[in-house]
Design a protein around this ligand. Structure first.
Ligand code: TYD
Length: 203
């Protein structure tokens, strides 16, 4: 059995929902409470994660079976090398994407999300809390456009609608929808409320 002492907190949502900003704001808040934090993201910049990133950036995704295979290898390395050791040392790990992204994105490509969940949970610890930052796809696409990023293969509208529907269908005690259409500080305040309710012991 894994002897986990830190907490694993995950931010999820379609592209353009402000996950990295929320990771940053929560890190600052928790550090001010004296909690030691590690932040990271998936796909990682390791060999397997980079294969998926490179394909998406070129506008042509890998065949979905290969994509799943690469992402699982990437996640397994991440769990073994960073996530579990940090949790065992009592650090809180804040992640920008984790396996719910696979349920949504590879699920939207036609693979059964329940099967993907089973595969991931056979090796990846479940989060203590996962915050699904939810905004309408239209708004997310505007934000992506405004920050000057080109829409890559992941960012097509219909596809993001399908991802959002899968996020909406997920059901776990640690899965929390947050309305993320407000400004970053208001969204952060909502996250903080949930963290206090969930974990307690912090002011
Ligand atoms: P993203 O968070 O957009 O990274 P960046 O901001 O650095 O481009 O992640 C890249 C893409 O990877 C994103 O569109 C979702 C996708 N993805 C999956 O399809 N499955 C997964 O399991 C994960 C973690 C990400």
């Amino acid at each position: 059995m894994e002897k986990r002492r830190g907490k694993l907190i995950v931010f999820e949502g379609i592209d353009g929902t402000g996950k990295s900003t929320q990771v940053h704001l929560l890190k600052e808040y928790l550090e001010a409470q004296g909690i030691e934090i590690v932040t990271d993201y998936e796909p990682t910049r390791g060999e397997w994660g980079m294969r998926v990133r490179a394909a998406a950036a070129s506008g042509k995704r890998l065949p979905v079976e290969e994509e799943v295979d690469c992402l699982l290898r990437d996640r397994r390395e991440h769990v073994e090398q960073l996530i579990t050791p940090a949790l065992e040392r009592g650090r809180w790990v804040l992640l920008d994407r984790y396996y719910p992204s696979m349920l949504a994105y590879q699920g939207a490509t036609g693979i059964n999300p329940a099967e993907l969940q089973r595969l991931n949970e056979s090796f990846a610890p479940q989060p203590d809390a996962a915050f699904w930052l939810d905004i309408p796809v239209e708004v997310a696409l505007k934000r992506i456009h405004n920050r000057g990023a080109s829409n890559d293969a992941f960012e097509q509208r219909q596809f993001l609608e399908a991802c959002r529907s899968i996020y909406a269908s997920l059901n776990a005690p640690w899965w929390h929808r947050i309305d993320a259409s407000a400004d970053a500080q208001s969204v952060h305040a909502r996250v903080r409320e949930q963290i206090k309710n969930l974990i307690g012991g912090i002011s």
